[in-house]
Design a protein around this ligand. Structure first.
Ligand code: HUE
Length: 100
């Protein structure tokens, strides 16, 4: 009923909980905690790629993740940052809503 409807704030509704393999990658990039917004997940994945030097120094839109945990999660040896679809597919498999 309306009087005991649970109240969640806007901030809570977009928190996502990564599955363990993705959480470990985010933590390797400096993430704290267990729930993140999609923006935070993308930020930490970008940091991870930078820190692990997975991008090509000359063709900086190319990411070579074969042999890295990121490549395991994506199921790819490499991808271009210009085509985010494989990353979104991986996130669909590895993020669950943390609301409530
Ligand atoms: C638009 C955005 C993006 C975001 C999501 C997706 Cl699915 C594709 C693309 N993007 C554009 N280039 C990159 C990028 C390129 C090489 C190395 C690291 C990041 C990113 C990525 C960011 C990010 O948070 N980007 C902030 C600004 N970036 C500019 C590029 N900068 C580096 C480029 C290489 C040379 C050093 C600077 C780092 C900051 N997060 C990502 C996570 C993944 Cl799984 C893949 C790529 C990125």
């Amino acid at each position: 009923a309306a009087e005991n409807a649970c109240r969640i704030t806007l901030g809570q509704v977009n928190q996502m909980r990564p599955r363990l393999p993705l959480l470990k990658i985010l933590q390797a990039a400096g993430a704290q905690g267990e729930t993140f917004t999609l923006k935070e997940v993308m930020h930490y994945l970008g940091q991870y790629i930078m820190v692990r030097q997975l991008y090509d120094k000359r063709q900086q839109h190319m990411v070579y993740c074969g042999g890295d945990q990121l490549g395991e999660l994506l199921g790819l040896e490499s991808f271009s940052v210009k085509d985010p679809s494989p990353v979104y597919d991986m996130l669909k498999r590895n993020l669950t809503s943390a609301a409530m």
